[in-house]
Design a protein around this ligand. Structure first.
Ligand SMILES: NC(=O)c1ccc[n+]([C@@H]2O[C@H](COP(=O)([O-])OP(=O)(O)OC[C@H]3O[C@@H](n4cnc5c(N)ncnc54)[C@H](OP(=O)(O)O)[C@@H]3O)[C@@H](O)[C@H]2O)c1
Length: 331
């Protein structure tokens, strides 16, 4: 039995959550009253203040690309989406040592999700103490996108030519700034409506992907691809000798091509082409939080929505209108 503080009987109480039972468009989402979850051993219950939207939420809603169905081939493996949470600890399970009720926390709850609700359970290990100077909304933007941006830009040296494909979205907006901090010359690619946004984040050059194919107009030391659409041969063409391509997201056929052929196509031409498997957890996003606190990296929040507007928030990201991050404020 979980050791719960603050409630007599959590199972009797209800909360509001945005739920879905089948993959589909935002129309399949609805607000429902569901039982208040009780933390198991090692888990924390967070009273959600804000949850940011990631493309992975949209992919989990649609069940596409296919990797979004891992653990739930025919129907979703979770009823409530939302992984990048920020809020206050409300109850803790047995064995939790780092948090107490009342602590302000943030983290990427990718396994359990559940952030588009009034409360969510999360393993203690995915959470960090929220820096006091960040709002909950700001903190919620950092865990997943920040970890991707930090790992995706690691190793950049002064003057390196860096390309960020999908630079106007959540991870890209952090990655552009971090690549500039490290001394890179940054080319950022996205749709025409996001070019000004990417320039405002420090990009040196921008490309509209509907107008130009970046694999044909330049060569780079590092390509960070948040939304891969091309073949490994195109990526090889766009890299200088010794250059590196990192795929973060994209359709399964492209992913399989990168995994199966990237090492050999790259290796034979003195380039490295591969998948970036992003390491999760506080150690991987807190450094970005510190950069935001110090004012070295700007938190690019495009819009905030309320809990009942989660379908609109997901569509805003999934249909490509978001400039940077989108946040759902639960209270
Ligand atoms: N590898 C890992 O371990 C790992 C871990 C977590 C997440 N991910 C993945 O990371 C990816 C990025 O997430 P995110 O939250 O940063 O996404 P995001 O906020 O939606 O940003 C993606 C950006 O790419 C743009 N885009 C779409 N099609 C494009 C194209 N053909 N060329 C260039 N840009 C294009 C989008 O704009 P428009 O759609 O408006 O054009 C959007 O601005 C997701 O696919 C997610 O699954 C991977």
């Amino acid at each position: 039995m979980a050791d719960v503080y603050g409630w007599d009987d959590g199972g009797e109480k209800a909360m509001r959550a945005v739920v879905y039972d089948t993959y589909g468009s935002p129309d399949v989402l609805r607000v429902a009253d569901v039982p208040l979850p009780i933390p198991d051993a090692g888990q924390v219950r967070v009273r959600i203040a804000a949850t940011s939207v990631n493309l992975s939420d949209w992919e989990g809603l649609r069940g596409s690309p296919l990797y979004a169905r891992i653990g739930g081939l025919r129907s979703p493996r979770v009823r409530t989406l939302g992984s990048d949470i920020a809020g206050s600890v409300d109850a803790v399970g047995n064995g939790v040592t780092r948090f107490r009720p009342g602590d302000e926390v943030y983290g990427d709850n990718l396994r359990l999700m559940g952030g588009f609700a009034e409360y969510a359970l999360a393993p203690e290990s995915v959470l960090a103490h929220k820096p006091p100077s960040l709002t909950f909304a700001e903190a919620s933007t950092i865990p997943q996108a920040g970890a991707i941006a930090l790992q995706g830009t690691s190793g950049i040296s002064e003057g390196a030519r860096v390309l960020v494909n999908g630079g106007g979205g959540g991870s890209g907006s952090f990655a552009i700034q971090q690549a500039k901090r490290l001394g890179g010359h940054v080319t950022a690619v996205d749709n025409a409506g996001k070019l000004e946004h990417m320039l405002s984040l420090g990009a040196d050059e921008v490309i509209d992907y509907n107008h130009d194919d970046f694999t044909r107009v330049g060569s780079y030391d590092l390509i960070l691809d948040l939304i891969a659409q091309r073949s490994v041969f195109a990526y090889r063409r766009a890299l200088v000798r010794g250059g590196r391509y990192r795929m973060v997201g994209g359709p399964v056929p492209v992913l399989l091509g990168v995994v199966a052929l990237g090492w050999i196509v790259g290796g034979l031409s003195d380039r490295r082409i591969g998948l970036l498997v992003v390491r999760e957890g506080p150690a991987h996003f807190e450094p970005l939080g510190e950069l935001c606190v110090a004012g070295d990296i700007r938190i690019p929040i495009d819009r905030t929505f309320e809990l009942a507007e989660v379908p609109d928030a997901l569509a805003h990201v999934g249909e490509g209108r978001a400039l940077g991050k989108v946040v759902v404020e639960v209270r």
